[in-house]
Design a protein around this ligand. Sequence first.
Ligand code: SF4
Length: 391
Amino acid sequence: MPLEYSMTSKQIPKIDHIYLDKNAAMSPLAKRILQTLRGIPVTIVKDKDTFLRDVGKTPLTAGKKKLWLTNFKGVFLNPCPATGTDYLCCRYRTLNAQTHCPLDCTYCILQNYLNVPLITIYVNIGSIPKEIDALIKSQPRRLFRMGTGELTDSLALDRLTRLNEGLIRHVLRKKMILEIKTKTVAIDHLPKIPKSNVLVSWSLNPDAFIRTEEHKAASFEARLKAARRVLKKGYRLGFHFDPLLLLPGWKEQYTELLEKLTSTVPEKEVMWISLGSLRYPPSLKKIIEGRFQKTGITTAEFVRGLDGKMRYFRPERVRLYRHIYTGIRKRWKNVFIYFCMENKPVWQNVTGYAPENNHHLDYLFHENIARRFPDLKLPAAELYRYTGQGT
Ligand code: SF4
């Protein structure tokens, strides 16, 4: 049966209970969410510490149907939490105003990473535009890349929160790239924009793997169709082959997927493509096997990396990446392809070169984007200008 999924933007994820922090009750976003979800039981939380202690025991599957609306103490916009010095990091910025999502990927690291197993929406988002402006101002010649899909799916809840719409309008034509990353097709509500510095990106896997490992996510075909639709709305595109999975039939499955991708979407609109293979902290294995009896991802052979995470053995990773890299390059000669958290020998073995360090990789992004998207009128990238300025 073809995968016919999941959320169109006309649908709101199935929520069966809302917990509302009493200190967040007056926020316009909380009010709007409650209005949209009227009829769903709401509990006002007066004692947050006790609530958070108790709610920690909620099973993850049940937690994906519960919303926790609260305030966030701290800054929303942060450097991506890179995984250790051995692995090159692209110096991306993550904007985390939500955690968890209604989709249920077997490999989702958040199952192990977050203490609160409910879908959490921070509703005190008024400071975000100022945070963005301050970041751009802090290093005016640097091209920051920022995304909302690190601790959630960028669009799975967006019909409810409309977070991305505000962000898009704020960053449009500013000197920064905004990436909206998803496995859904919830795009109808995104505004039409002039083609500029905002991209919608999809993680890609073949349908056979989506069926067993990316529960409730849209099918590959549906993601491609949605990509073509956002192009017409003015967005650029990105694709993430992450996590690549060494499951039976992977070679044929990824070959077919690559052929469809590169013959359906114009390369000139694709800002970047990332490659990353399955990796997870050892403690996640038990959770995955407990929650997903049909998963095939934990049976492969893994090695523990310098960051403590389990990965496929390096020759296997290189074999996998080479297949994808050469498959893309067969048709697309110019698109920027990078590895997410890989080491230099892997870069070298697959592409024939390796960035010297994180700053160099950041520079390569800037250089490629400035060259391929002249309408953005970016100044030339400056190698190592930012060295020594931290992340
Ligand atoms: S879409 Fe992302 S955040 Fe949501 S379950 Fe899958 S991996 Fe986790």
